[in-house]
Design a protein around this ligand. Structure first.
Ligand code: FES
Length: 108
């Protein structure tokens, strides 16, 4: 059994050279909101959920992106409602949010 039931990583990478990066698409705000929501729902902690920052995950063209393990499910999102849905559906109940899935061919 793994230490956390689910682990979500948000890319917060910032580039200053004009190339696409998740930081230009409110990635930090999404991360902060997810962290607060997971805590408020009492989902945080060993045996439950962990929300972590990540550097570039090399899927920048679809940014902002986040990935949930152990499923390896990739998401892209727009606003806090999207984050709420990922928390309520996937992190809490293990149900993938199909409408927010990152297409498999999106790379850097
Ligand atoms: S900058 Fe976010 S995946 Fe590369």
């Amino acid at each position: 059994m793994s230490y956390y039931e689910r682990h979500i990583f948000f890319c917060l990478n910032k580039r200053d050279n004009g190339e696409a990066c998740c930081a230009d698409h409110q990635a930090q705000q999404a991360f902060d909101h997810c962290k607060a929501r997971v805590k408020a729902e009492r989902l945080a902690g060993p045996g439950k959920v962990r929300v972590n920052k990540a550097g570039c995950l090399d899927r920048c063209a679809g940014g902002p992106v986040a990935v949930v393990y152990p499923e390896g499910t990739w998401y892209t999102f727009v606003n806090q409602d999207d984050i709420d849905e990922i928390v309520d559906s996937h992190l809490k109940q293990g149900q993938v949010v199909e409408r927010l899935l990152l297409p498999p061919d999106v790379g850097r």
